[in-house]
Ligand binder design. Structure first.
Ligand code: SF4
Length: 433
């Protein structure tokens, strides 16, 4: 196996901050994973990692602490479980996300996510792109996730087996957050794959290495971008409708059932937790689990079932929501705990914020990113924190500085505080809370 960084990234692998260890990311279409696959991931984490898995805000699973020599075995083990990491990092079409889990009709969105995942994953035409290319599918614009994707599909209407989607493009966060814009309304599902192909071809042909589609919009403007997409041969192509049985993992009697999130602080869970949830899913939830956009695991109980008894069963299995950490919605990237880019120990800072805020923390949504890449989507939280730089003090010690983002009606959050040290950050947060 080549050790070239690009190849590792295309296989969903990043080097960790800790020398000699790597992180393996696994793509899950719409965050859905079967109980059997969850057992396989738990096994991989135990055998090749440290028995820990990390849940991402994009519904993927990461396994840290893998040695380089174990990577082929990890890949084989994922393959045996029907899982893939191809394109989970690097210049590729990343995992297709959906934050509308638990809504009635989710199986329609999940089925589309699976089709897009299958079409673009490992397809050489859509690899070695200038940078990552993110696709998200949502039932509505309520959570504002459509603003941060390279392509976002928002369900407009359904008729029989057919669905139409509003198509938003060219959003993204990172150092230069930019809201996506509406490319076309109510596009038939039969046109989506050729249209996305056209968008990716334009992106790949005209964007410098290391830049996202949002950069191209800034360079050439929306009108010129639209003109170039329109000029692509597949921009208006229509494929035959997809027929056959539904592809969703959600059993028929669970569509619109009772959705329960099982919280994990910072998306950190043990392989034992994952096994226990897989057993629970097999017994109570149709053998299906989901990674939520809040870095929790979720299950759907059959429609008409008793949510309280489902929650009681989870508590008996050892899962509780009875701590402040569990009750606070706080998206947290790995930061300097494991990430090579991290400027700050995000989990530690988040705990300090929760302690400092007290009960008020539970009434807000939070996110903290360990660098300006903004992987935890701080611009979508009520209060977002970004560790933006390190400053060297008179004693020669380097310490992080933080920016604060506040949510805005309908759009991305805006920066309201800049370059605060940790004491100033906590003081400002208390003032805002
Ligand atoms: S935001 Fe920065 S520190 Fe956090 S996971 Fe992303 S790259 Fe790493």
């Amino acid at each position: 196996m080549t050790t070239h960084g690009t190849e590792y990234r295309l296989d969903g692998i990043y080097r960790q901050r800790q020398e000699g260890f790597l992180m393996q990311r696994v793509k899950l279409p719409a965050g859905a994973i079967s109980a059997g696959q969850a057992h396989a991931v738990a096994e991989i984490a135990e055998q090749f990692g440290r028995g820990l898995v990390h849940l991402t805000v994009r519904g993927s699973i990461e396994i840290h602490w893998i040695r380089e020599e174990s990577l082929p075995d990890v890949k084989r083990s994922l393959g045996r479980a029907g899982l893939t990491s191809r394109g989970a990092c690097g210049g590729a079409v990343r995992g297709v996300t959906c934050n509308s889990q638990g809504t009635t009709g989710f199986p329609v969105l999940e089925s589309l996510a699976r089709r897009l995942h299958r079409h673009f994953t490992g397809n050489p035409r859509f690899e070695r792109l200038p940078k990552k290319f993110k696709i998200g599918i949502e039932a509505s614009t309520a959570k504002k996730r459509h603003l941060i994707q390279d392509v976002a599909l928002v369900l407009a209407r359904t008729e029989g087996c057919q669905a139409w989607y509003d198509v938003w493009i060219a959003g993204g966060l990172g150092r230069e957050p930019q809201e996506g814009f509406l490319l076309a309304e109510a596009v038939a599902e039969t046109r989506l794959i050729p249209l996305i192909e056209a968008i990716i071809r334009v992106y790949a042909a005209h964007t410098p290495a290391g830049k996202r589609l949002k950069h191209l919009v800034r360079e050439i403007g929306r009108e010129e971008l639209l003109r170039r997409i329109e000029a692509e041969p597949t921009a208006h192509e229509e494929l035959p409708p997809v027929t056959g049985l539904p592809e969703s993992l959600v059993p028929d009697d669970m569509d619109g059932g009772n959705h329960i999130e099982v919280p994990f602080f910072a998306g950190e869970m043990t392989s034992a937790n994952l096994r226990d949830l897989a057993v629970f899913a097999d017994t109570h939830a149709g053998g299906m689990l989901m990674v939520s956009g809040t870095q929790n695991m979720a299950v759907t109980l059959p429609a008409g079932s008793d949510t309280d008894s489902g929650r009681d069963a989870l508590v008996r299995t050892g899962f509780t929501t009875d701590t402040r950490e569990a009750r606070v919605t706080f998206r947290i990237c790995p930061g300097s705990h494991e990430c090579i880019m991290g400027l700050t120990p995000t989990r530690d800072v988040a705990r300090e914020v929760i302690d400092a805020m007290g009960p008020v923390a539970e009434s807000l949504t939070w996110a903290i990113s360990g660098c300006q890449n903004s992987c935890s989507q701080p611009q979508l939280a009520d209060i977002g924190i970004v560790s933006s730089r390190l400053v060297t003090g008179e004693d020669g010690q380097r310490s992080p500085r933080f920016d604060i983002y506040r949510a805005q009606e309908g759009g991305l959050g805006i920066k309201t505080g800049e370059a605060l040290d940790k004491d100033a950050l906590l003081a400002e947060l208390k003032r805002l809370g």
